[in-house]
Write a protein that binds this ligand. Structure first.
Ligand code: GLY
Length: 410
């Protein structure tokens, strides 16, 4: 077991990964860059952000394993740079990370390898994209091809909305360079499922399914957020859907990775949409999901670091899960996902019975972000987990606290 592990990121996902490692291996020293008020309780927060500085830190402190939380540094090539410096790191190299950082690249990969996905075209020319839109049925999905922190996907109900979305991405650069190329995709009506997995270069090992709740309002209404809650496993993802996923998405993805020599040790997150008949792949992410990770870590019975080490060594992996369920409810700052106030004291943290994975909480235990914390409860049934989670939610107070009351209800 590594004696020193560096976890890069500052959200609930990174707190949950750290919590799991702390459970499995209490003697391992954990460092978080930059971390948050929760990670400070289980390790040391290091206030560095840039790849060069992280390399200097990892070398100086004999870090034996680095785990990268978010997509940004992966797309900037942190894995390549660490490996050049003989540092052990878990995640995809920069060129593999394009499966997340370029939606156009990912869709082309899916098409080449017959991975089941919605019909699409990609454009770098605004006028060609406009002309294409005029020939399409609505609703239609318009995506900025590059990374946009989950905000670069717009469902346009009609041509007027589509033109506004296209102009905002391609002409007004609402998402910076991420919108210079767009993917225009057939809209598929269905329910979403998150499947995270681990890739060891030979096999992809799927985790339990999860259901994210992306909208700010109850019954999936209002604006998109980074995620307002998760349940796991996802009760809608039945055996029928699992075998469709394995046949039409997992197997062709693995065959595609092998035939294109895309070889890394890292996570692959499959964002799925399921209709009555079929499962479609919406996107690949080359990292763990947030808040899906917060809901899954308490259900993972295997030792997480051992799994990562086996993946790095390209060895077969066995993953053991609890047969319980979890419910994760996000407590957010009022006003999120737009502007909100920070600096409020959080009360009741010592009253709760389950997990609190922190996100926007600083080291003085005051609110410092939009999504503030994740309450995650386990139960022998999903209903029990939901009930337990909301009992804990009621014990937490901070000014302008907002949460959805229907996590797991639809
Ligand atoms: N919860 C979705 C994501 O992490 O991308």
């Amino acid at each position: 077991m590594p004696k020193k592990i560096l976890i890069i990121g500052s959200g609930g996902r990174e707190h949950a990964i750290g919590w799991k490692i702390r459970q499995d291996s209490p003697e391992t020293a954990l460092y978080f860059a930059p971390g948050n008020g929760g990670t400070a309780q289980i390790g040391e927060n290091i206030k560095i952000h840039h790849i060069d500085d992280l390399i200097v830190f990892a070398k100086a402190n004999q870090i034996q394993l680095t785990i990268v939380g978010s997509e940004k540094l992966l797309s900037e090539g942190i894995v390549d740079r660490f490996l050049e410096n003989n540092l052990i790191i878990f995640g995809p190299d920069q060129s593999s990370a394009k499966l997340e950082s370029s939606k156009a690249f990912a869709k082309e990969f899916m098409k080449r390898h017959s991975v089941k996905t919605a019909a699409y075209e990609s454009f770098v020319d605004y006028h060609l994209a406009l002309r294409y839109l005029e020939t399409q049925n609505f609703p239609i999905v318009i995506k900025a091809s590059g990374l946009a922190e989950g905000k670069g996907v717009i469902i346009a109900e009609n041509i007027a909305e589509a033109e506004i979305a296209l102009k905002s991405m391609m002409i007004d650069h609402a998402f910076g360079n991420s919108g210079t190329q767009v993917v225009i995709e057939q809209y598929i009506q269905g329910f979403e499922v998150s499947i995270m997995s681990i890739f060891n270069g030979n096999e992809i090992y799927p985790f339990l399914s999860a259901q994210d709740h992306k909208k700010i309002g109850e019954a999936e209404t209002g604006y998109n957020t980074g995620g307002m809650g998760v349940i796991a496993p996802n009760p809608k993802f039945t055996e029928k859907y699992r075998s469709l996923f394995e046949e039409n998405i997992l197997k062709p993805t693995l065959a595609g990775l092998k035939s294109e020599y895309i070889n890394f040790s890292g996570f692959i997150f499959f964002g799925l949409i399921c209709t009555e008949e079929q499962v479609y792949l919406l996107e690949y992410n080359l990292r763990l999901g947030d808040p899906e990770t917060q809901a899954l870590m308490p259900l993972l019975e295997s030792n997480l670091v051992e799994i990562l080490q086996r993946a790095i060594a390209k060895q077969p992996i066995e993953i053991k899960w609890s047969n319980q369920s979890t419910c994760c409810v996000v407590l957010a700052s009022g006003g999120y996902p737009f502007s909100y106030q920070k600096g409020f004291e959080i009360k009741g943290l010592n009253q709760i019975s389950h997990h609190a994975f922190f996100a926007g909480i600083d080291e003085n235990l005051k609110t410092s972000g939009g999504r503030v914390l994740h309450i995650v409860a386990q139960g022998n049934s999903l209903e029990e987990a939901i009930g337990e989670a909301y009992q804990d939610v009621e014990k937490i107070q901070f000014q302008d606290c907002y949460f959805r009351k229907d996590i797991g209800q639809n």
